[in-house]
Design a protein around this ligand. Sequence first.
Ligand code: NAD
Ligand code: UDP
Length: 334
Amino acid sequence: MTILITGGLGFIASHAAASLLESNQELVLLDNLCNSQESVHQKLEKLTDRKFPFYRGDVRDKKLLRKIFSDHSITAVMHFAGLKSVAESVKDPLLYFDNNVGGTITLLEVMQELGVYQFIFSSSATVYGVPEYLPYDESHPTKPINPYGQSKLQVEAILKDLAASDSRWAIACLRYFNPVGAHPSHLIGELPNDQPNNLMPFMMQVAAKQRPFLTVFGNDYETADGTGERDYIHVMDLAEGHEKALALIQKTPGMHIINLGTGKPHSVLELVRTFEKVTGESIPMQIGKRRDGDLPVYYASADKAKDVLQWQATRTLADMCLSSWQFQLQHLSS
Ligand code: NAD
Ligand code: UDP
C-alpha cells in the first residue's frame, strides 16, 4: 500500500510525509518545485532514516501521473500541490484555476482510470469568506472572497459530485486554518521561494535580520488588542490530522469535510510577544494600514475533527514560535 503525496516537498506535505514515514507507510512524492526545493527530499530521508521515490513534475502532466501509478501500487492520494497566494490569485486568476482546479481534475481522471479511490484534499478556511458567525463550523456558508478561495471551493464541489457518482470514492476535504511551526528535527519547515506574505515566515526573516521590521496590518480592528486574529495550528498537529483522515477514508467511503484548526484565535501582537518571549529575539514593528481583503478575525470549530477523526491539536503557540525559529536558525547555519 503506497500513498502518493502531491506537492510533497512543500511546507505542509513534507511534514505529513515525515509523520507517515515515521508510521512506516510507503510513500511516493511528486512536486514541480515551483515553491519548494529538491533538498527537502534528502532531508526527509535523513530525518526518518527511510528511502522513498521523488518525481519532479507537474500534477497536470497526465503522462507522468500514469507512469507514477504504473511504477507503484498506489492506494491513496494526498493532494497538497497547489498555489496559495491570495494576492497572486487576484492578479492572475487563470493561473490559480488552471493549477488548483485543472491540476486536481487531471489527477482525479487518472485515479478513476486506474481504480484508485482514496483521496485527501488540502482545502482551506478561505472557502468560508466573511464570517456570518464564529467559530466557523463545517456548515457555515461558503462564499470565498478571492480567486484562491474560489479555486478550493470549486474543487470541493467537484469532489462532492464525484463521491455521489460512485460509492467507491472515499474523500476527505481538510479545511486548514493557519499552519505554522516546524518538525522537531528542525531539518524541514516553511521555506517559501519568494518573499513571504504570511505573518510567521515574514516574522522569521525579521528575527533573522533579513528584513528591518514587521508591518502590522492594522491595529484598529474590533479585536481585543486591535490587530487581526487567526487560528494558528502547529504543522505537526496538522500532519497527524492527515494520518487520522487516512484512517477514516480507509474505513468510511463518501465525502468528508473537516476543519483542521485549534478552535482558538490569537492576535498578531500575541504571536509577536510569544515569539519574543520564547526565543529572546526582538521583533521591530511598525503599524501599517489594513491589508486589502483581510478579515479581522476567524477561527475554527474543531468539534467535528474531534468527533470524526478523534483528533485535536495539542501543541501551543509557544511550541509553534519556538520550532519555527529553531528551523530558521538551522537553515541559516546550513
Ligand atoms: P507550499 O507552497 O509550501 O506547498 C505546495 C507544494 O506544491 C509546493 O512544493 C509546490 O512546489 C507544489 N506545487 C504547486 N503546484 C504544483 C503542480 N501543479 N504540480 C506539482 N507540484 C506543485 O504550500 P503549503 O503551505 O504546504 O500548502 C499545501 C496545500 O495546502 C496547498 O494546496 C494550499 O493551498 C493548502 N493550504 C495551505 C494553507 C497555508 O496557510 N499554508 C492554508 C490552507 C490550505
Ligand atoms: N499580518 C501582518 N503583517 C504581515 C503579515 C500578516 O500584520 O506582514 C497579519 C494579517 O493582517 C492577519 C494575520 O497577520 O491578521 C495573519 O496573516 P497571514 O497572511 O499569515 O494569514 P491569513 O490572513 O491568510 O489568514
